[in-house]
Design a binder for this molecule. Structure first.
Ligand SMILES: NC(=O)c1ccc[n+]([C@@H]2O[C@H](COP(=O)([O-])OP(=O)(O)OC[C@H]3O[C@@H](n4cnc5c(N)ncnc54)[C@H](O)[C@@H]3O)[C@@H](O)[C@H]2O)c1
Length: 249
């Protein structure tokens, strides 16, 4: 396997996990940035890397993407909570001939779940007696809600199930009242519990039964491995890519 020089933008829970996987796969970490050494986050330093892997915060990710574009360094983005700016970033990346790989979830298991979720939504067009709801559970430090993964699942449902046209998020932490679910709406309930890396459940519920499509991450290894494989994949490519461009299903 070939070896690449990696800049880690964000050295928290994910950055540290990615470092382990990258070293195991024979790569070199040439830059590690967190909030304590932002003075080292320069275009000059980024130019020393073949690729950057970005797992920071919703507030800092856009600035980091811009810096990588300026440095001409391909960037893999795992940070969530910024996708309302996605179309602008995509246009800039394509018109200026940069490289961006983005995914709300890098794990193979979740990407299989994304695929099944779309198939299931198509099937459920024929069964109007079922309503659909979603639940996502994450650790207490997570800054955004609903999770990027839950939003991708919701978009997969809205694109394929005719009776649903919009999603609505609800953080169930005792501070918000449960929103009223409308027939065309998809309610995403977010729960925050100690130590949970990420659990997502799509449920179709009728008066007589319930179908659950559930993914449970046991740890962060799947996300980290996917991000490193994406970094290896994007070093030789220009444009905007996501997991379905890299996976063969
Ligand atoms: N796409 C996926 O598969 C996936 C999986 C897990 C987490 N995530 C997302 O990744 C992000 C990071 O998650 P985490 O659990 O590692 O969070 P974390 O809070 O543990 O780490 C965030 C890190 O970013 C650093 N940081 C702050 N400002 C920065 C800046 N300007 N530049 C670079 N780094 C900066 C912080 O110091 C910290 O080290 C979150 O948005 C999370 O939702 C995505």
């Amino acid at each position: 396997m070939f070896s690449v020089n990696i800049a880690l933008l964000g050295y928290g829970k994910m950055g540290k996990e990615i470092e382990q996987i990258a070293l195991q796969r024979g790569h070199t970490i040439v830059l590690k940035i967190d909030e304590t050494n932002l003075d080292q986050l320069t275009v000059e330093n980024l130019k020393r890397a073949d690729v950057a892997i970005e797992f920071s915060t919703p507030k800092t990710v856009l600035g980091n993407i811009e810096l990588c574009f300026q440095a001409g360094t391909p960037i893999v983005v795992g940070t969530t909570g910024w996708y309302e700016h996605f179309e602008d970033v995509k246009t800039k990346c394509n018109t200026e001939n940069h490289s961006l790989f983005h995914a709300t979830n890098f794990s193979i298991g979740v990407n299989i779940t994304f695929y099944i979720n779309q198939l299931l939504a198509k099937i459920m067009n024929g069964f109007a007696e079922y309503d659909v709801v979603m639940e996502e559970i994450h650790h207490l430090q997570k800054l955004d809600h609903p999770s990027g993964t839950a939003i991708t699942l919701a978009e997969g449902i809205i694109d394929n199930l005719q009776r649903k046209t919009k999603w609505q998020g609800w953080l169930n932490d005792g501070t918000e009242e449960k929103p009223i679910n409308t027939p065309d709406g998809l309610l995403i309930e977010a729960l925050r519990e100690e130590g949970i890396p990420g659990t997502h459940t799509v449920s179709y519920i009728s008066d007589i039964d319930r179908i659950d499509l559930k993914h449970t991450a046991f740890n962060r290894k799947g996300f980290a491995t996917g991000a490193v494989v994406a970094a290896e994949w994007i070093v030789s490519r220009k444009g905007v890519f996501t997991m379905k461009d890299m996976l063969s299903f």
